[in-house]
Design a binder for this molecule. Structure first.
Ligand code: 5GP
Length: 174
């Protein structure tokens, strides 16, 4: 079995989570299998290539798992993007649209320096609102976004349209 199929077999569909009508892609079987973790890391690193990354930005909370691992392997810093009120220092905020209403994400204002090369990571790209907000936060700080990567892209939601002009890599597509 190739790496992608191995990982696809580890994704568990959960019906009606977190609400009625939603099929949630559960990634925890990947986290609990070191072989799956290694395969995913290898694919992320292969598709990134040899470019120098200064900071990996990971979105709360499932973006923290591979985000921190990637940062360590790339000898880069890790920067969390979090829900409002969670980060203790001075923050920049970005509002984004949800299906019903709006939400906000925050980043520490000193976390990325102008011109630093940034990799943005999250577990799933769905409608793209979360990733687009992270892109805006990084750009406000003057970071240079090299790539956005995801374990899973839900292609039928067209989130990639919100990430035009960016290099996007997803290991699994549905
Ligand atoms: P978006 O903003 O692209 O609509 O949603 C992406 C965010 O919601 C990500 O931070 C991701 O963790 C979460 N998310 C949405 N759908 C799923 C899903 O099916 N499985 C998982 N694991 N996360 C999801």
């Amino acid at each position: 079995m190739n790496e992608v199929d191995y990982l696809k077999n580890k994704i568990r569909d959960i019906q009606n989570f977190p609400k009625e009508g939603v099929v949630f892609k559960d990634i925890t079987p990947i986290l609990s299998d070191p072989e799956a973790m290694n395969k995913a890391m290898d694919l992320f690193l292969k598709h990134l290539g040899n470019v120098k990354i200064d900071k990996v930005v990971g979105m709360e909370s499932r973006g923290f798992f591979f985000g921190t691992l990637l940062a360590q392997r790339l000898n880069a810093g890790f920067v969390p993007v979090r829900k409002p009120g969670k980060l203790p220092f001075e923050t920049l905020a970005q509002t984004y649209d949800l299906e019903y209403g709006q939400d906000q994400l925050e980043i520490h204002s000193d976390s990325i320096k102008k011109g630093e090369n940034v990799l943005i990571h999250d577990d799933v790209l769905a409608t793209g609102g979360t990733a687009e907000a992270a892109v805006k936060l990084v750009e406000k700080l003057g970071g240079n976004i090299v790539q956005l990567n995801f374990l899973i892209e839900l292609t039928f939601l067209d989130g990639i349209k919100k990430l035009k002009n960016h290099d996007v890599f997803s290991i699994l597509k549905y």
